[in-house]
Design a protein around this ligand. Structure first.
Ligand code: ATP
Ligand code: TZE
Ligand code: MG
Length: 256
């Protein structure tokens, strides 16, 4: 589904992408990620390699305090069990009170009607960003008008796949970086979502933050794929590529 409400498609420069990356590295933002059990370790390592700091507690008694002091909140629905279900509204409220950006990753809403209803209600609260793949987008918004309404109200959509699109109220982006091997490792989408949260903590233009964050993550994926022997070695190579990414790396590869 292509959603078209933005006034114009914006092109990124390598300098802009690197500037935001450097802002993340200098700020070392803490991203509180209520994420799924499969994605936790990879997501935490991606955030650390990027220069951010992860926290992942979802205990009912503690989650609000963790989020109140964090720089961004990520809510990922991949393993939506009882404890996470209880923590999510507490976390959302705490992030809103603290004025921190909220991102939602509605994993597998296309597989479970109950989850799809839950995700729709959560997204109706107006997060700053929703990151999802094409199948999840179709399940959440079978009516294109509903996605357009959400974007018009200020939520940015980041739709990933072989190509990525960032859809914002004023501008959208078309991103061509990445590598097919990234889809052969679990939770690359989830970990990429955490990168977008880190970028949203240093840039209030959420669409721009998402475009730069996803470009950095996907360029790291490309560099890693060039060195890896397969999915197993892609993971450590991707962490290393994120850790050392330079302006020259971005200049050589950015397609946005
Ligand atoms: N064929 C491809 N070519 C280039 N990049 C890709 C390709 N497939 C996925 N990617 C990139 O890999 C990352 C994961 O995207 P994908 O859409 O597969 O996420 P996802 O389905 O949410 O994954 P998961 O739920 O396993 O975390 C994104 O950064 C995306 O841009
Ligand atoms: C495989 C899997 N199952 C629930 S979450 C997850 C990670 C990819 O989203
Ligand atoms: Mg996903």
């Amino acid at each position: 589904m292509t959603i078209s409400v933005a006034a114009s498609t914006r092109t990124l420069t390598a300098e802009t992408v690197f500037d935001l990356l450097e802002r993340v590295r200098h700020k070392t933002p803490r991203v509180h990620a209520i994420t799924n059990a499969v994605a936790q370790s990879f997501t935490a390592n991606v955030l650390l390699a990027l220069g951010a700091v992860p926290s992942m507690t979802f205990a009912r008694e503690e989650v609000a305090a963790f989020v109140a002091g964090a720089d961004a909140l990520l809510i990922n629905l991949g393993t939506l069990d009882e404890a996470r279900r209880e923590a999510i509204p507490l976390a959302f409220d705490a992030a809103r009170t603290a004025g921190r950006p909220v991102s939602i990753d509605p994993v597998f809403v296309n597989r479970s009607p109950v989850r799809c209803t839950y995700a729709r209600d959560l997204i109706a609260r107006g997060p700053d960003l929703v990151r999802l793949n094409e199948q999840e987008l179709e399940a959440l918004f079978p009516e294109r008008a509903n996605a357009e309404e959400l974007i018009a109200a200020g939520t940015v959509l980041a739709v990933t796949g072989p190509e990525d699109r960032i859809e914002g109220r004023a501008e959208d982006f078309r991103l061509m970086n990445g590598h097919p091997l990234m889809a052969r490792v679990t939770a690359t989408g989830c970990a990429g979502g955490a990168v977008l949260s880190a970028f949203a903590s240093v840039e209030t233009d959420t669409a721009l933050a998402a475009a730069c964050g996803l470009s950095v993550f996907n360029i790291a994926g490309e560099i890693a794929a060039g060195r890896a022997r397969g999915p197993g070695t892609l993971v450590p190579e991707l962490l290393d590529a994120l850790y050392v990414m330079s302006l020259d790396d971005i200049k050589a590869r950015l397609r946005a």
